[in-house]
Ligand binder design. Structure first.
Ligand code: NAD
Ligand code: GLY
Length: 367
Protein backbone atom coordinates (compact mmCIF):
# COMPACT_ATOMS: atom_id res chain seq x y z
CA UNK A 1 0.00 0.00 0.00
CA UNK A 2 1.21 3.56 -0.73
CA UNK A 3 0.60 5.97 2.10
CA UNK A 4 1.00 9.69 1.51
CA UNK A 5 0.83 11.95 4.53
CA UNK A 6 -0.67 15.45 4.34
CA UNK A 7 1.25 17.35 7.02
CA UNK A 8 -1.11 19.84 8.68
CA UNK A 9 -0.35 19.64 12.41
CA UNK A 10 -3.52 18.57 14.24
CA UNK A 11 -5.35 18.30 10.89
CA UNK A 12 -2.80 15.93 9.33
CA UNK A 13 -4.15 12.87 7.57
CA UNK A 14 -3.17 9.93 5.39
CA UNK A 15 -4.00 9.10 1.80
CA UNK A 16 -4.03 5.32 1.42
CA UNK A 17 -3.73 3.93 -2.08
CA UNK A 18 -4.06 0.26 -2.98
CA UNK A 19 -5.93 -1.84 -5.54
CA UNK A 20 -8.88 -3.50 -3.72
CA UNK A 21 -8.81 -1.09 -0.76
CA UNK A 22 -12.56 -0.33 -0.97
CA UNK A 23 -13.29 -3.67 0.71
CA UNK A 24 -10.99 -2.65 3.61
CA UNK A 25 -12.65 0.73 4.08
CA UNK A 26 -14.75 -0.43 7.05
CA UNK A 27 -11.70 -1.44 9.07
CA UNK A 28 -9.76 1.73 8.12
CA UNK A 29 -12.70 3.94 9.12
CA UNK A 30 -13.42 2.02 12.33
CA UNK A 31 -9.73 2.54 13.25
CA UNK A 32 -10.45 6.29 13.32
CA UNK A 33 -12.46 5.66 16.50
CA UNK A 34 -15.82 6.91 15.16
CA UNK A 35 -18.55 6.44 17.79
CA UNK A 36 -21.63 7.91 16.05
CA UNK A 37 -23.47 7.11 12.82
CA UNK A 38 -21.86 7.15 9.40
CA UNK A 39 -23.53 8.84 6.42
CA UNK A 40 -22.22 7.78 3.02
CA UNK A 41 -22.95 10.45 0.39
CA UNK A 42 -22.70 9.41 -3.25
CA UNK A 43 -24.25 10.03 -6.64
CA UNK A 44 -26.63 7.66 -8.44
CA UNK A 45 -24.06 6.05 -10.75
CA UNK A 46 -21.36 5.57 -8.13
CA UNK A 47 -23.74 4.36 -5.44
CA UNK A 48 -25.03 1.72 -7.89
CA UNK A 49 -21.47 0.50 -8.41
CA UNK A 50 -19.80 0.69 -5.02
CA UNK A 51 -22.18 1.58 -2.17
CA UNK A 52 -23.02 -2.05 -1.40
CA UNK A 53 -19.35 -2.95 -0.91
CA UNK A 54 -18.64 0.15 1.16
CA UNK A 55 -21.74 0.00 3.36
CA UNK A 56 -21.19 -3.75 3.83
CA UNK A 57 -17.58 -3.13 4.89
CA UNK A 58 -18.67 -0.41 7.34
CA UNK A 59 -21.36 -2.62 8.86
CA UNK A 60 -18.99 -5.58 9.16
CA UNK A 61 -16.68 -3.25 11.08
CA UNK A 62 -19.55 -2.58 13.54
CA UNK A 63 -20.55 0.88 12.28
CA UNK A 64 -24.12 2.05 11.70
CA UNK A 65 -24.02 3.32 8.13
CA UNK A 66 -26.63 4.65 5.71
CA UNK A 67 -26.51 5.82 2.09
CA UNK A 68 -27.63 9.26 0.81
CA UNK A 69 -27.63 9.78 -2.95
CA UNK A 70 -27.67 12.91 -5.08
CA UNK A 71 -28.14 13.18 -8.86
CA UNK A 72 -24.97 12.86 -10.98
CA UNK A 73 -23.24 15.93 -12.28
CA UNK A 74 -22.12 19.45 -11.60
CA UNK A 75 -25.66 20.73 -10.91
CA UNK A 76 -25.61 18.77 -7.62
CA UNK A 77 -22.88 21.10 -6.39
CA UNK A 78 -25.48 23.61 -5.21
CA UNK A 79 -26.72 25.16 -1.97
CA UNK A 80 -30.17 23.68 -2.60
CA UNK A 81 -28.69 20.17 -2.81
CA UNK A 82 -26.68 20.81 0.38
CA UNK A 83 -29.87 21.92 2.09
CA UNK A 84 -31.66 18.70 1.08
CA UNK A 85 -28.77 16.75 2.55
CA UNK A 86 -28.89 18.76 5.81
CA UNK A 87 -32.53 17.72 6.24
CA UNK A 88 -31.86 14.05 5.51
CA UNK A 89 -28.77 13.92 7.75
CA UNK A 90 -30.46 15.65 10.68
CA UNK A 91 -33.36 13.18 10.39
CA UNK A 92 -30.81 10.33 10.26
CA UNK A 93 -29.43 11.51 13.59
CA UNK A 94 -25.93 12.37 12.41
CA UNK A 95 -23.93 13.91 15.24
CA UNK A 96 -20.50 15.47 15.63
CA UNK A 97 -19.05 12.16 16.80
CA UNK A 98 -20.35 10.59 13.57
CA UNK A 99 -18.82 10.77 10.10
CA UNK A 100 -19.62 11.69 6.52
CA UNK A 101 -18.04 9.56 3.80
CA UNK A 102 -17.86 11.04 0.29
CA UNK A 103 -18.01 8.19 -2.21
CA UNK A 104 -17.61 9.46 -5.76
CA UNK A 105 -15.87 11.99 -7.96
CA UNK A 106 -15.05 15.64 -7.38
CA UNK A 107 -18.70 16.69 -7.41
CA UNK A 108 -19.63 14.38 -4.54
CA UNK A 109 -16.36 15.15 -2.71
CA UNK A 110 -16.86 18.94 -2.89
CA UNK A 111 -20.56 18.74 -1.96
CA UNK A 112 -20.24 16.13 0.83
CA UNK A 113 -17.18 17.95 2.20
CA UNK A 114 -19.09 21.25 2.22
CA UNK A 115 -22.03 19.58 3.96
CA UNK A 116 -19.64 18.10 6.52
CA UNK A 117 -17.98 21.48 7.09
CA UNK A 118 -21.21 23.34 7.69
CA UNK A 119 -23.64 20.90 9.35
CA UNK A 120 -23.54 21.14 13.18
CA UNK A 121 -20.52 23.47 12.81
CA UNK A 122 -18.43 20.68 11.40
CA UNK A 123 -18.47 16.90 11.17
CA UNK A 124 -15.38 14.85 10.27
CA UNK A 125 -15.35 13.40 6.78
CA UNK A 126 -13.52 10.77 4.76
CA UNK A 127 -12.93 10.94 1.02
CA UNK A 128 -13.33 7.78 -1.05
CA UNK A 129 -12.63 9.16 -4.55
CA UNK A 130 -13.72 7.05 -7.53
CA UNK A 131 -12.74 9.20 -10.54
CA UNK A 132 -9.18 9.75 -11.72
CA UNK A 133 -9.64 13.48 -11.26
CA UNK A 134 -10.69 13.10 -7.64
CA UNK A 135 -7.91 10.58 -6.93
CA UNK A 136 -5.13 12.78 -8.28
CA UNK A 137 -6.47 16.11 -7.09
CA UNK A 138 -9.83 17.04 -5.63
CA UNK A 139 -10.02 14.58 -2.70
CA UNK A 140 -6.83 16.02 -1.22
CA UNK A 141 -6.37 19.46 0.28
CA UNK A 142 -9.69 20.25 1.93
CA UNK A 143 -11.19 22.70 -0.58
CA UNK A 144 -14.92 22.02 -0.36
CA UNK A 145 -17.81 23.98 -1.78
CA UNK A 146 -20.69 24.47 -4.15
CA UNK A 147 -21.32 26.61 -7.22
CA UNK A 148 -23.26 29.87 -7.52
CA UNK A 149 -25.07 30.98 -10.65
CA UNK A 150 -22.41 33.69 -11.03
CA UNK A 151 -19.51 31.25 -11.01
CA UNK A 152 -17.96 27.95 -10.03
CA UNK A 153 -16.91 27.13 -6.45
CA UNK A 154 -17.86 30.60 -5.21
CA UNK A 155 -19.33 29.27 -1.95
CA UNK A 156 -17.13 27.10 0.19
CA UNK A 157 -14.45 26.73 2.79
CA UNK A 158 -11.46 24.65 3.84
CA UNK A 159 -12.36 21.45 5.67
CA UNK A 160 -9.73 18.73 5.57
CA UNK A 161 -10.80 15.10 5.42
CA UNK A 162 -9.57 12.86 8.25
CA UNK A 163 -8.61 10.11 5.79
CA UNK A 164 -8.54 9.50 2.03
CA UNK A 165 -9.09 5.94 0.78
CA UNK A 166 -8.15 5.33 -2.86
CA UNK A 167 -8.85 2.13 -4.71
CA UNK A 168 -7.52 2.36 -8.29
CA UNK A 169 -9.68 -0.64 -9.26
CA UNK A 170 -12.76 1.58 -8.94
CA UNK A 171 -11.53 3.30 -12.12
CA UNK A 172 -12.30 0.16 -14.17
CA UNK A 173 -15.87 1.34 -14.73
CA UNK A 174 -14.95 4.97 -15.33
CA UNK A 175 -15.70 6.09 -18.92
CA UNK A 176 -12.62 6.87 -21.01
CA UNK A 177 -13.63 10.52 -21.34
CA UNK A 178 -13.59 10.88 -17.52
CA UNK A 179 -10.17 9.21 -17.34
CA UNK A 180 -8.69 11.74 -19.76
CA UNK A 181 -10.34 14.50 -17.78
CA UNK A 182 -8.45 13.32 -14.68
CA UNK A 183 -5.23 13.02 -16.65
CA UNK A 184 -5.32 16.79 -17.24
CA UNK A 185 -4.81 17.35 -13.51
CA UNK A 186 -1.88 14.89 -13.63
CA UNK A 187 -0.25 17.00 -16.35
CA UNK A 188 -0.85 20.12 -14.25
CA UNK A 189 0.71 18.50 -11.16
CA UNK A 190 3.81 17.49 -13.11
CA UNK A 191 4.17 20.90 -14.77
CA UNK A 192 4.08 22.85 -11.52
CA UNK A 193 6.30 20.63 -9.39
CA UNK A 194 7.97 17.58 -10.86
CA UNK A 195 9.99 17.37 -14.09
CA UNK A 196 10.84 13.69 -13.48
CA UNK A 197 7.15 12.80 -13.15
CA UNK A 198 6.50 14.74 -16.36
CA UNK A 199 9.01 12.50 -18.20
CA UNK A 200 7.19 9.46 -16.87
CA UNK A 201 3.87 10.90 -17.94
CA UNK A 202 5.23 11.45 -21.44
CA UNK A 203 6.07 7.73 -21.59
CA UNK A 204 3.10 6.18 -19.76
CA UNK A 205 0.05 8.42 -20.24
CA UNK A 206 -1.87 6.13 -22.62
CA UNK A 207 -1.04 3.06 -20.46
CA UNK A 208 -2.59 4.80 -17.46
CA UNK A 209 -5.71 5.56 -19.48
CA UNK A 210 -6.31 1.88 -20.31
CA UNK A 211 -5.48 0.93 -16.68
CA UNK A 212 -2.93 -1.54 -17.98
CA UNK A 213 -1.12 -2.03 -14.70
CA UNK A 214 -2.86 -1.15 -11.41
CA UNK A 215 0.50 -1.12 -9.60
CA UNK A 216 2.09 1.44 -11.94
CA UNK A 217 -1.11 3.50 -11.93
CA UNK A 218 -1.08 3.47 -8.11
CA UNK A 219 2.47 4.85 -8.20
CA UNK A 220 1.33 7.64 -10.54
CA UNK A 221 -1.60 8.44 -8.23
CA UNK A 222 0.77 8.55 -5.26
CA UNK A 223 3.13 10.88 -7.17
CA UNK A 224 0.27 13.33 -7.78
CA UNK A 225 -0.90 13.08 -4.18
CA UNK A 226 2.63 13.74 -2.90
CA UNK A 227 2.80 16.91 -5.00
CA UNK A 228 -0.53 18.14 -3.71
CA UNK A 229 0.21 17.10 -0.10
CA UNK A 230 3.51 18.98 -0.11
CA UNK A 231 1.97 22.18 -1.52
CA UNK A 232 -1.08 22.07 0.79
CA UNK A 233 1.14 21.23 3.77
CA UNK A 234 3.11 24.43 3.15
CA UNK A 235 0.16 26.70 2.36
CA UNK A 236 -3.18 25.23 3.41
CA UNK A 237 -5.25 28.40 2.84
CA UNK A 238 -3.78 29.60 -0.44
CA UNK A 239 -1.99 32.66 0.85
CA UNK A 240 0.89 32.07 -1.57
CA UNK A 241 2.36 28.79 -2.83
CA UNK A 242 -0.99 26.96 -3.15
CA UNK A 243 -1.93 29.33 -5.96
CA UNK A 244 0.28 27.23 -8.25
CA UNK A 245 -2.38 24.48 -8.02
CA UNK A 246 -4.61 26.81 -10.00
CA UNK A 247 -2.26 26.64 -13.01
CA UNK A 248 -4.43 26.60 -16.14
CA UNK A 249 -7.64 26.90 -14.11
CA UNK A 250 -8.34 30.58 -14.68
CA UNK A 251 -9.19 30.10 -18.33
CA UNK A 252 -10.33 26.49 -17.73
CA UNK A 253 -13.01 27.58 -15.24
CA UNK A 254 -14.04 30.53 -17.43
CA UNK A 255 -14.41 28.22 -20.43
CA UNK A 256 -16.48 25.69 -18.45
CA UNK A 257 -18.73 28.44 -17.21
CA UNK A 258 -18.99 30.44 -20.46
CA UNK A 259 -19.93 27.30 -22.38
CA UNK A 260 -22.69 26.46 -19.89
CA UNK A 261 -21.05 23.58 -17.91
CA UNK A 262 -22.47 20.80 -20.10
CA UNK A 263 -19.89 21.02 -22.90
CA UNK A 264 -16.59 20.26 -21.21
CA UNK A 265 -15.52 17.91 -18.49
CA UNK A 266 -13.47 19.82 -15.91
CA UNK A 267 -10.18 18.36 -17.18
CA UNK A 268 -11.00 19.05 -20.84
CA UNK A 269 -11.47 22.74 -20.13
CA UNK A 270 -8.28 22.58 -18.08
CA UNK A 271 -6.27 21.31 -21.08
CA UNK A 272 -7.33 24.45 -22.98
CA UNK A 273 -6.44 26.50 -19.90
CA UNK A 274 -3.00 24.87 -19.71
CA UNK A 275 -2.40 25.48 -23.42
CA UNK A 276 -3.38 29.10 -22.93
CA UNK A 277 -1.08 29.54 -19.90
CA UNK A 278 1.83 27.98 -21.82
CA UNK A 279 1.26 30.27 -24.78
CA UNK A 280 1.24 33.32 -22.50
CA UNK A 281 4.38 32.09 -20.73
CA UNK A 282 6.13 31.85 -24.09
CA UNK A 283 4.83 35.25 -25.23
CA UNK A 284 6.26 36.85 -22.07
CA UNK A 285 9.64 35.24 -22.76
CA UNK A 286 9.42 33.07 -19.64
CA UNK A 287 9.28 29.71 -21.39
CA UNK A 288 11.71 28.55 -24.09
CA UNK A 289 10.45 27.24 -27.44
CA UNK A 290 11.79 23.68 -26.93
CA UNK A 291 9.99 23.22 -23.60
CA UNK A 292 6.85 24.80 -25.02
CA UNK A 293 6.83 22.31 -27.91
CA UNK A 294 7.43 19.40 -25.55
CA UNK A 295 4.48 20.24 -23.32
CA UNK A 296 2.31 21.19 -26.27
CA UNK A 297 2.83 17.74 -27.80
CA UNK A 298 1.53 16.12 -24.58
CA UNK A 299 -1.57 18.35 -24.57
CA UNK A 300 -2.27 17.39 -28.18
CA UNK A 301 -2.58 13.74 -27.11
CA UNK A 302 -5.83 14.60 -25.28
CA UNK A 303 -9.12 13.92 -27.08
CA UNK A 304 -11.00 17.21 -26.67
CA UNK A 305 -14.32 18.66 -27.80
CA UNK A 306 -13.75 21.89 -29.75
CA UNK A 307 -14.53 25.22 -28.10
CA UNK A 308 -18.11 26.09 -29.16
CA UNK A 309 -18.45 29.02 -31.57
CA UNK A 310 -20.88 30.59 -29.07
CA UNK A 311 -18.08 31.22 -26.55
CA UNK A 312 -16.72 34.67 -27.25
CA UNK A 313 -13.75 36.42 -25.69
CA UNK A 314 -15.95 38.89 -23.78
CA UNK A 315 -17.65 36.06 -21.92
CA UNK A 316 -14.29 34.63 -20.87
CA UNK A 317 -13.05 38.05 -19.75
CA UNK A 318 -16.31 38.63 -17.90
CA UNK A 319 -15.93 35.37 -15.97
CA UNK A 320 -12.30 36.11 -15.38
CA UNK A 321 -12.93 39.50 -13.79
CA UNK A 322 -15.45 37.87 -11.46
CA UNK A 323 -13.00 35.16 -10.53
CA UNK A 324 -12.63 35.09 -6.78
CA UNK A 325 -8.87 34.78 -7.13
CA UNK A 326 -8.57 38.27 -8.59
CA UNK A 327 -6.75 40.57 -6.26
CA UNK A 328 -7.35 44.29 -5.90
CA UNK A 329 -3.71 44.88 -6.91
CA UNK A 330 -4.30 43.56 -10.43
CA UNK A 331 -4.55 40.23 -12.18
CA UNK A 332 -2.00 37.69 -10.98
CA UNK A 333 -1.71 34.46 -12.92
CA UNK A 334 0.35 31.32 -12.62
CA UNK A 335 2.73 30.97 -15.58
CA UNK A 336 5.65 28.66 -16.27
CA UNK A 337 9.42 29.22 -16.40
CA UNK A 338 10.21 25.59 -17.06
CA UNK A 339 8.70 22.19 -16.30
CA UNK A 340 8.40 22.10 -12.50
CA UNK A 341 9.07 25.84 -12.17
CA UNK A 342 5.90 27.97 -11.98
CA UNK A 343 5.96 31.71 -11.51
CA UNK A 344 3.16 34.06 -10.39
CA UNK A 345 2.98 37.20 -12.52
CA UNK A 346 0.71 40.21 -12.81
CA UNK A 347 -0.98 40.22 -16.21
CA UNK A 348 -2.44 43.34 -17.83
CA UNK A 349 -6.02 43.30 -19.11
CA UNK A 350 -4.73 43.90 -22.61
CA UNK A 351 -2.45 40.83 -22.59
CA UNK A 352 -5.19 38.69 -21.10
CA UNK A 353 -7.69 39.69 -23.76
CA UNK A 354 -5.21 39.30 -26.54
CA UNK A 355 -4.21 35.78 -25.50
CA UNK A 356 -7.84 34.71 -25.00
CA UNK A 357 -8.49 35.98 -28.53
CA UNK A 358 -5.68 33.73 -29.80
CA UNK A 359 -7.17 30.74 -27.95
CA UNK A 360 -10.63 31.30 -29.41
CA UNK A 361 -9.23 31.89 -32.90
CA UNK A 362 -7.67 28.41 -32.71
CA UNK A 363 -4.16 29.88 -32.83
CA UNK A 364 -3.10 28.15 -29.61
CA UNK A 365 -4.54 24.66 -29.74
CA UNK A 366 -6.36 23.83 -32.92
CA UNK A 367 -8.62 20.80 -33.14
P1 NAD B 1 -17.85 13.94 -11.25
O1 NAD B 1 -17.76 13.87 -9.80
O2 NAD B 1 -19.00 14.65 -11.85
O3 NAD B 1 -17.77 12.48 -11.86
C1 NAD B 1 -17.87 12.30 -13.25
C2 NAD B 1 -18.90 11.24 -13.62
O4 NAD B 1 -18.32 9.96 -13.41
C3 NAD B 1 -20.17 11.27 -12.80
O5 NAD B 1 -21.27 11.05 -13.64
C4 NAD B 1 -20.02 10.08 -11.85
O6 NAD B 1 -21.26 9.51 -11.52
C5 NAD B 1 -19.20 9.13 -12.67
N1 NAD B 1 -18.34 8.22 -11.91
C6 NAD B 1 -17.60 8.51 -10.81
N2 NAD B 1 -16.85 7.47 -10.47
C7 NAD B 1 -17.13 6.49 -11.36
C8 NAD B 1 -16.65 5.17 -11.55
N3 NAD B 1 -15.68 4.67 -10.78
N4 NAD B 1 -17.16 4.43 -12.56
C9 NAD B 1 -18.11 4.95 -13.38
N5 NAD B 1 -18.58 6.20 -13.27
C10 NAD B 1 -18.09 6.96 -12.27
O7 NAD B 1 -16.55 14.66 -11.88
P2 NAD B 1 -15.02 14.77 -11.46
O8 NAD B 1 -14.31 15.06 -12.72
O9 NAD B 1 -14.56 13.68 -10.59
O10 NAD B 1 -14.99 16.09 -10.54
C11 NAD B 1 -15.22 17.36 -11.09
C12 NAD B 1 -15.47 18.32 -9.96
O11 NAD B 1 -14.31 18.38 -9.12
C13 NAD B 1 -15.74 19.73 -10.41
O12 NAD B 1 -16.87 20.22 -9.75
C14 NAD B 1 -14.50 20.49 -9.97
O13 NAD B 1 -14.78 21.84 -9.66
C15 NAD B 1 -14.10 19.73 -8.75
N6 NAD B 1 -12.69 19.90 -8.36
C16 NAD B 1 -12.43 20.17 -7.06
C17 NAD B 1 -11.12 20.31 -6.64
C18 NAD B 1 -10.84 20.54 -5.18
O14 NAD B 1 -9.68 20.77 -4.83
N7 NAD B 1 -11.82 20.48 -4.32
C19 NAD B 1 -10.06 20.16 -7.55
C20 NAD B 1 -10.37 19.87 -8.88
C21 NAD B 1 -11.69 19.73 -9.29
N1 GLY C 1 -7.44 22.43 -6.97
C1 GLY C 1 -6.81 23.59 -6.41
C2 GLY C 1 -6.50 23.46 -4.96
O1 GLY C 1 -6.80 22.46 -4.34
O2 GLY C 1 -5.96 24.38 -4.39
Amino acid sequence: MSIVRVPLEDRSYSIRIEPGLLGEAGRLIADLGIRGRVAVISDRTVSGLFAKTLIGALQTAGLEASLFTVPDGETSKSLSQAEKLYTELIRFGLSRDGLIVALGGGVVGDLAGFTAATLLRGIPFVQVPTTLLSQVDSSVGGKVGVNHSLGKNLIGCFHQPVLVIMDPLTLDTLPMRERWSGAAEMVKAALIRDAVFFERLERELEDWMVLEDAGRLSEALAACCRIKAEVVGRDERESGLRRILNFGHTVGHALESASGYGVFRHGEALVYGLAWALDLSRTFGLLGEAVFQRVDSVLRRFPLPPIPESVDAERIVEHFTRDKKNKSDGLHLVLLNDIGRPVIRPVRDFDFRESVGRLLNRQIINL
